[in-house]
Design a protein around this ligand. Structure first.
Ligand SMILES: NC(=O)c1ccc[n+]([C@@H]2O[C@H](COP(=O)([O-])OP(=O)(O)OC[C@H]3O[C@@H](n4cnc5c(N)ncnc54)[C@H](OP(=O)(O)O)[C@@H]3O)[C@@H](O)[C@H]2O)c1
Length: 322
C-alpha cells in the first residue's frame, strides 16, 4: 500500500508518498481501509519539529473508513463496520492497523467522510465548551480563528449551549463564515492598529466568561485582558507560535482568572468518555444541528500542498486527504 513517510522533520516537502508493507492486525487491533483522513494543525507541529517525533514516521492522527480485518481479542468491532478515530498515529496511509478501543462507530446518518472531517476538531470543540469551560446562557465567550476547522465547530457548539459568541478572523470571507456559523459579533483581528482587548471590551464591557484560544502568541495577551473576574482562558493551540512563559501573578491581576493548556488526548483517554463525547458529537451531525464544512479535499499524494495552505492561513473549515 502507499503511505506518506517522513524521514526527517522539516518543511512540507519532507512528506513523501512511499510504498510500504500492508498492515496486519495485532491483538486488540483492527485494520481499516481508509476513506478520508483529516488534516490538523498538530500534523504541522509533528512534521515541522515543533513537537519532536521518532523518525521515520507516517503523519496524521485522524481518519475514517471500513474495517477489513480484526485481530485476536476484538469482539465489538466487525469486518465491514464503519469506524473513525482521533489522536492515533499513522493516518496519512491507504490502510492502518489501529487499536479497536480507540475507534468509534460511525452511526447511520453520518457519511464516513463527514466523520473523518469532524471527529478530532469536533471532540476538541466539545470538551472545550462542555468540560474545560462549560459555556452557558448569559455567558459571552471569545472564539479565535473562528473560520478554521476547530473554530467553526466551537462557534456552533457555544451557540447551541446558549452563549453569546465573539469571533475573531483575518479576512472578510472568513467573517462571512463565522457569521453563518452563528457568531453574534466578529472582530477582524488583522486590522491595522487594532487593540483586540479594547475591541472585545467594547462588546462585553465587564469582560468575557471564557476565551477559547487556538492561536497562541498573537492573541494570548489580549485574551487575558478580556476576561471577566474568575474567567477562563483555554489556550488549546498555537497556530501563530508558542506563548512565552507566564508569571502566575498576571492571573491574579487579570481578576483571579483561570489559565489552562488542555489537550484532546486527556479528555478522551477513558473509553467511556471517548464514546460518550463521540456519540453526542456525531448525533448532532446526524440531525444537522452541527454543520461540518469541508474547506478542501486533496489527494494523499498532495499532503504537502494541504500543509502549505493550512500554515499559510489560506484555508477555512476542515481539510481532508481523500
Ligand atoms: N489542544 C487540543 O486538544 C487541540 C485539538 C485540535 C486542535 N488544536 C489546535 O487548534 C488550533 C486550530 O487547529 P485547526 O486544525 O482547526 O486549524 P485552523 O484553525 O483551521 O487553521 C489555523 C488558523 O489559525 C489562524 N492563524 C492565526 N495566526 C496564524 C499564523 N501565524 N499562521 C497560521 N495560522 C494562523 C488562521 O485563521 P485566521 O486567518 O482567521 O487568523 C488559520 O486559518 C491549532 O492551534 C491546533 O493546534 C488543539
Amino acid at each position: 500500500m502507499r503511505a506518506i513517510t517522513i524521514e526527517e522533520q522539516g518543511g512540507p516537502e519532507v512528506m513523501r508518498l512511499t510504498d510500504v508493507a500492508d498492515p496486519a492486525p495485532g491483538p486488540g487491533e483492527v485494520v481499516v481501509d481508509i476513506e478520508a483522513r483529516g488534516v490538523n494543525f498538530i500534523d504541522v507541529y509533528q512534521r515541522s519539529g515543533v513537537y519532536s517525533m521518532p523518525t521515520p514516521f507516517t503523519p496524521g492522527v485522524e481518519a475514517a473508513g471500513t474495517v477489513s480485518a480484526v485481530g485476536a481479542g476484538v469482539d465489538d468491532v466487525r469486518v465491514g463496520s464503519r469506524v473513525a478515530w482521533a489522536m492515533v498515529p499513522g493516518a496519512y496511509a491507504e490502510r492502518v492497523a489501529v487499536r479497536a478501543d480507540r475507534t468509534v462507530p460511525v452511526p447511520d446518518g453520518v457519511a464516513t467522510e463527514q466523520a473523518a472531517a469532524v471527529l478530532l476538531q469536533g471532540l476538541t470543540a466539545h470538551y472545550l465548551t462542555h468540560t474545560t469551560y462549560p459555556a452557558q446562557p448569559g455567558d459571552t465567550v471569545v472564539v479565535h480563528a473562528a473560520a478554521g476547522g476547530t473554530g467553526l465547530l466551537l462557534v456552533q457548539l457555544a451557540k447551541l449551549r446558549g452563549a453569546e459568541v465573539i469571533a475573531t478572523v483575518s479576512t472578510a470571507a472568513k467573517e462571512e463564515l463565522a457569521r453563518e456559523a452563528g457568531a453574534d459579533h466578529v472582530i477582524r483581528y488583522d486590522a491595522e492598529g487594532l487593540d483586540l482587548a479594547a475591541a472585545i471590551r467594547g462588546i462585553s464591557a465587564d469582560g468575557v466568561a471564557a476565551v477559547y484560544d487556538g492561536v497562541g502568541a498573537a492573541t494570548f495577551d489580549a485574551g487575558l485582558a478580556s476576561l471577566r473576574p474568575r474567567g477562563t482562558l483555554a489556550l488549546f493551540g498555537q497556530s501563530s507560535g508558542p506563548v512565552p512563559p507566564v508569571d502566575p501573578q498576571r492571573l491574579n491581576s487579570a481578576g483571579s482568572v483561570y489559565l489552562t493548556r488542555p489537550s484532546l488526548a486527556h479528555y478522551i483517554a477513558d473509553r467511556g468518555e471517548l464514546l460518550d463525547r463521540a456519540s453526542d458529537l456525531l448525533g448532532l451531525v446526524a440531525t444537522g444541528a452541527l454543520q461540518v464544512r469541508v474547506g478542501g479535499r486533496y489527494p494523499l499524494a498532495d499532503a504537502a500542498r494541504a500543509h502549505t495552505d493550512l500554515e499559510g492561513r489560506r484555508t477555512t473549515g476542515k481539510l481532508l486527504l481523500a
